[in-house]
Design a binder for this molecule. Structure first.
Ligand SMILES: Nc1ncnc2c1ncn2[C@@H]1O[C@H](COP(=O)(O)OP(=O)(O)O)[C@@H](O)[C@H]1O
Ligand SMILES: [Mg+2]
Length: 312
């Protein structure tokens, strides 16, 4: 299939998929300040449910009253000011921390008390093992859990793990770098490696914390294409924190804005952030956004930003 044709097919399947996820999963938190423009409906069989979740550290409330319902296969882009609790929310979804109050359900069941293979994560900066070659960095995910029971993997099991890892690396464009060490890779290549490492475990949910924040714009574009391709292929549910609103708009099926709505100057830690906007994104909105991006900066600078009202 030619590139052009395959990308046309891909964008058609994305459009279909976006429709589906909007139909099934588009639910606005009950107490979200700015509801989506389309009528909110209760998701039937929501994949992930966040129920009245609060997170506090000592006397600091970081997140408050989060209520969300996410259908399987959605791509949620999370934006908000630095320090407002986006990474904290990802840690809760990962199961690395438990909420101070409320609960998170995955497939109707409370989230396991610690991270497991159902959730994979990629951080902004290199979460790969510096002392392992590229192939081993990915194969180790398959080898470790089994070798804990059986001792080291030998023979055919080990070969199979390495073949699978090589296949995944091929998919993310690192097929030519299997024997390199991470320090020999560019930033973009290291993030490809981190993605391969997360996906080899076949998670159902992929958590991305500003994964492309440290990359050059051109490389970022390539990474967006790769991520969308993997997302379509796997049917993964994705949560991606980004500080780049355009990135959120172009990748997400849903854009969520985290913001603190209550502020007490005498007690700055008293209130946490909530999701103040929860916006379903479809192809039309993406196109509008893309058109806005081509306007000269002096015009767009005067338009409202995410905090004041997302241009959707
Ligand atoms: N483990 C922790 N203990 C204490 N405070 C924390 C902890 N994790 C995060 N925080 C605080 O929570 C707030 C939100 O942090 P974070 O989730 O990293 O924000 P964001 O990712 O939106 O920039 C910050 O004020 C941070 O200092
Ligand atoms: Mg963060």
């Amino acid at each position: 299939m030619s590139d052009k044709k395959s990308s046309a097919v891909a964008s058609e399947s994305l459009a279909r998929r976006t429709e589906r996820s909007n139909r099934n999963g588009q639910v606005v938190p009950e107490d979200c300040e700015h509801r989506a423009t389309q009528p909110a409906a209760r998701a039937v069989g929501a994949f992930i449910e966040v129920k009245n979740v609060w997170q506090t550290y000592g006397d600091q409330t970081v997140l408050e009253r989060l209520n969300l319902s996410i259908a399987e296969g959605e791509f949620c882009a999370l934006v908000g000011a630095s320090g407002c609790g986006k990474s904290t929310f990802l840690r809760l979804l990962l199961g690395q921390e438990r909420p101070s109050k409320g609960e998170i359900l995955l497939g109707g069941k409370p989230l396991a008390g610690e991270p497991d293979a159902s959730r994979g994560v990629v951080f902004q900066r290199y979460s790969v093992f510096p002392h392992l070659r590229v192939l081993d960095n990915v194969a180790i995910g398959l080898e470790l859990p089994r070798s804990a029971l059986l001792g080291r993997l030998f023979g055919s099991a080990k070969r199979a793990a390495r073949e699978q890892a090589a296949e995944m690396l091929q998919k993310v464009g690192l097929g030519h770098a299997l024997d390199k060490y991470p320090s020999q890779l560019s930033g973009g290549m290291q993030q490809r490696l981190a993605i391969a490492q997360a996906l080899i475990m076949k998670p159902r949910v992929l958590l991305l914390d500003e994964p492309f924040g440290a990359l050059d714009p051109g490389i970022r574009k390539d990474m967006h294409a790769l991520l969308l391709e993997l997302w379509r292929e796997t049917g993964l549910t994705v949560f991606m924190v980004t500080h780049d609103l355009a990135e959120g708009f172009s990748l997400g099926t849903r854009l969520m804005v985290f913001d603190k709505t209550r502020n007490d100057p005498h007690a700055p830690n008293a209130f946490g952030a909530r999701i103040t906007y929860d916006i379903p994104l479809n192809e039309d909105r993406r196109a509008t956004r893309a058109a806005l991006d081509t306007l000269p900066a002096h015009l767009t600078d005067s338009l409202p930003t995410a905090q004041q009202g997302v241009r959707a």
